[in-house]
Design a binder for this molecule. Structure first.
Ligand code: SAM
Ligand code: SF4
Length: 361
């Protein structure tokens, strides 16, 4: 088993190498990516590492085998693939993981990708994090052009937090969220709804988030990767959660759509926004606008399917992006219509064998 992550000592990033970012792909290679169902791919999520400093019970086993570092795309390679996607019409880029902020020198990549915000090629550069390293990096993220981040937080109870994340400390995450706010980053809280662990706390989490000025989104657990527990014990349908919240508050549906599995409401009493991510339902696939890249350069065209394309080989085979673009076209041509998740009481195996930390959700 590999160790618990790649956390750098404070200040180490000051020594971080920088690299020469390339210009965007020439216009001839810049055809937009339209899949067989006419959907334009405009959103790329990139898992920059499979490692993490937490071991959330629904996400990972406590004794994970992480990838050898040599298998990972370098930061230069990640920049090159991301830039190729941006040249092909990606407008929104989310860095995720594993825990993105434990990847060594990640800020070099963030700063470099920030150039696409300056040119207007990219609309949004953002990040999903567990918040543990935010106190250290919030200001740098803001300086690089990041405006909004998602922070995962499933409970405000320190003992529960330690139980769910196994290795995490609540106070560190709360300090990270404060640092993000102080740096001017808009924070959205992501909360996985867990039947036994936090179902009773969801209303107070929402009140807390809205009181702090954060939007909050609830996520249904997804059957991805082997974990140490039985998933059917944790599954809590968000339809039940919503029904309970409607007994207490006025939920007004918002028309907002992100091309993903989230639906939003405004809560009359708190004035804040609440999202519901129900990936097990199929009601969002027809507007799906996204693909996911792992830290080894594997492209997943659907969160809920195992089919994938290797972009690392074409990336490394040639210094120009022609082979890479061919591989991207071939992959987008295979983007499936929808997914096929099930949490099945009889078949306890995960519906998708890879862990969420490979593709980052
Ligand atoms: N480590 C970062 C974090 O926790 O925010 C980024 C990666 S994490 C895989 C991204 C999101 O996926 C988190 O909000 C996490 O709670 C969620 N997640 C992980 N495993 C999940 C699962 N099996 N079902 C639903 N959501 C999951
Ligand atoms: Fe790490 Fe995020 Fe998975 Fe928790 S959900 S173990 S923080 S990758």
């Amino acid at each position: 088993m590999s160790g618990g992550g790649e956390i750098r000592p404070p200040g180490c990033y000051l020594l971080a190498m920088s690299f020469e970012p390339r210009a965007l792909t020439p216009a001839s290679d810049a055809a937009p990516m339209i899949d067989p169902f006419g959907r334009a791919v405009t959103y790329l999520r990139v898992s920059v590492t499979d490692r993490c400093d937490f071991r959330c019970t629904y996400c990972m086993s406590e004794h994970m085998n992480f990838l050898p570092k040599r298998e990972l795309l370098t930061l230069e390679e990640l920049d090159r693939v991301c830039s190729a996607f941006i040249a092909r019409g990606v407008r929104k880029l989310r860095l995720t993981g594993g825990e993105p902020l434990v990847r060594r020198d990640l800020m070099t990549l963030v700063r470099s990708l920030g150039r696409h915000l300056d040119t207007g090629a990219l609309e949004e550069l953002t990040l999903t994090t567990n918040g543990s390293q935010l106190a250290r990096y919030a200001a740098e993220l803001a300086n690089a052009g990041v405006r909004r981040i998602n922070v995962s937080l499933d409970t405000l109870d320190p003992a529960r937090f330690a139980k769910i994340t196994r290795w995490g400390r609540l106070q560190q995450v709360l300090e990270g969220i404060e640092a993000a706010q102080a740096a001017g980053l808009k924070v959205k809280i992501n909360t996985v709804a867990l039947k036994d662990e936090n179902a009773d706390e969801i209303p107070s989490l929402i009140e807390w988030a809205h009181g702090q000025g954060h939007d909050i989104t609830l996520i249904e657990t997804m059957p991805m990767g082997e974990i140490d527990e039985d998933r059917t014990d944790q599954y809590l349908p968000l339809s039940h959660v919503r029904a309970r919240l409607e007994e207490r508050w006025t939920l007004v549906d918002l028309p907002e759509r992100t091309g993903g599995p989230a639906r939003y409401v405004r809560i009359g009493e708190t004035g804040g926004k609440l999202g519901f991510i129900t990936p097990l339902s199929h009601n969002f696939c027809e507007s799906c606008n996204r693909v996911r890249l792992t830290c080894t350069g594997t492209l997943f065209m659907c969160l809920g399917q195992d089919d994938a394309a290797d972009l690392r080989a074409p990336l490394r085979a040639s210094a120009n992006d022609a082979l890479l673009n061919d591989a991207i076209d071939e992959a987008i041509g295979r983007k499936p219509k929808g997914h096929d998740f099930i949490i099945d009481r009889d078949h306890k195996a995960p519906a998708v064998r890879r862990h969420m930390s490979m593709t980052g959700g």
